[in-house]
Write a protein that binds this ligand. Sequence first.
Ligand SMILES: C[S@@+](CC[C@H](N)C(=O)[O-])C[C@H]1O[C@@H](n2cnc3c(N)ncnc32)[C@H](O)[C@@H]1O
Length: 274
Amino acid sequence: MTNSAVQEEFLRSFHAVRPAVTAEAFGRGRGPDGRSSYELLRDRVAGHRRVLDLGCGDGLLLELLARDGGRELAGVDLSPQSLALARRRPGLGAARLHIGRAQELPFADGSFDACVSHLALMLMGDIEQVAAEVARVLVPGGVLACVMGGGAVGGEAYERFVRLLRRAGEESATRIPALGDGRVRGREGLEEVLRPVGFGEVEWETVPIDIGGTLEQVWECVSGLYDLAPMEARTVARLRQDFLAEVTDLLTPEGTVPCGFKVRLASARLVRLV
Ligand SMILES: C[S@@+](CC[C@H](N)C(=O)[O-])C[C@H]1O[C@@H](n2cnc3c(N)ncnc32)[C@H](O)[C@@H]1O
């Protein structure tokens, strides 16, 4: 099995059990101006009619895009279970939703004006092939806009969780496969991948997203990370206990804890056919 095949098999089995985990965690997350990371992406492609979502999961972003009306929408995802949820969304009755790989898009050349991807591009192997496929299905002048994970905001619950997770991971015998191509998590690396297939300069922004809430809500979010999947139940139970103890000093009088996660919002325009 190739590395990508191993990664994709892991993602498929993970999302078979947790098909909506990202939307559950980030759907209620808010940036400084009150928008979620999904809304940031929606706004990046405002005015684009034919939009493809790469790694669309349960379709939360596509549904937001559908609300603007008059759009032709499509989504691709490895997970049949996530796509089954997307198909149930009332706004997505006409969307073309395909089970498959972003490396082999089942669409004709120049079929889209924009391509979006929320917390998914950074998980994809064979990234040059993904970039080539995106360039192929976009029209010249089309836009790729994506949100990538950028780590913890200092001093808040997510940072503390990551520290505890690292410790728990060291004690755990099994690890998840390394996912995706790290280059796309940085502006220069993303440009290195996109330029050869005809994209211009990458616009890059870092936005803190607060996925804070009650202790239980925050635990639900952070425990949805892929890294917990291979851990034994007792390791997860201890991690939970340690985490809840670790963040009690962050509790506000309203009974919530702040949990900041940085996202990288990146976009680039297809400037030439290669
Ligand atoms: C973290 S989830 C994000 C889901 C959704 N975009 C969201 O934010 O709610 C990543 C998604 O990307 C999908 N994915 C990862 N690699 C993929 C690939 N090579 N082709 C298609 N989908 C992929 C996974 O199956 C998963 O549904």
